[in-house]
Design a protein around this ligand. Structure first.
Ligand SMILES: O=c1ccn([C@H]2C[C@H](O)[C@@H](COP(=O)(O)OP(=O)(O)OP(=O)(O)O)O2)c(=O)[nH]1
Ligand SMILES: [Mg+2]
Length: 158
């Protein structure tokens, strides 16, 4: 099966279930950018704890694509659960299991996930490969070297 043949205008991605009971990534609505990923295990995150959680899935992305593991905003807002490495990058050549490194940022409340719960979302994107060429000087720009808050307006400074 080709991973590059578009299906209904979408890119086709081969998915291997390492755990036969887990669902494939699924878009909850038409037009969603992220397809939900589920945990293949039961896991409890104590306050402040992180864990790398298996999804039971491996994928083969076509060359020129990458997939990014993003947090779910509902989990972040309701429970304080996010990803340590948001967004996680899944390379086109990666054939291992997709894993999700969750952290419970809440100070008091443990969060329990049961096998099959949606824990993150996968955004598939085309990506450019760059050629990095050393240069003694860079072309000028309006921003120049200003960064890291150079435009001001940070709450902590008020
Ligand atoms: O949230 C994530 C992030 C990465 N990966 C997998 C896919 C990716 O292709 C591989 C390597 O990720 P990354 O390059 O971010 O990690 P690294 O620490 O640089 O490892 P490596 O030395 O293997 O590149 O790990 C996941 O399953 N989930
Ligand atoms: Mg890497």
């Amino acid at each position: 099966m080709s991973t590059t043949s578009p299906e209904g205008g979408r890119v086709g991605i081969a998915v291997r279930r390492l755990d036969p009971g887990v669902p494939l990534p699924e878009y909850a609505h038409p037009g969603d950018a992220g397809a939900d990923l589920c945990t293949s295990i039961d896991v409890v995150l104590e306050p402040g704890e992180r864990a790398t959680v298996p999804t039971g899935l491996a994928i083969a992305l076509p060359d020129g694509y990458a997939a990014f593991v993003h947090p779910r905003s509902g989990l972040a807002a309701r429970c304080g659960v996010t990803l340590v490495n948001a967004p996680g990058t899944v390379d086109a050549g990666y054939r291992g299991e997709i894993k999700v490194t969750l952290i419970n940022t809440d100070k008091d409340t443990p969060v329990k996930f049961t096998r099959g719960d949606r824990i993150a979302q996968l955004v598939v994107q085309r990506v450019e490969r760059a050629v990095f060429t050393e240069a003694g000087e860079l072309p000028g720009s309006v921003r120049g070297e200003g960064g890291f808050g150079s435009t001001g307006g940070h709450a902590a400074q008020r």
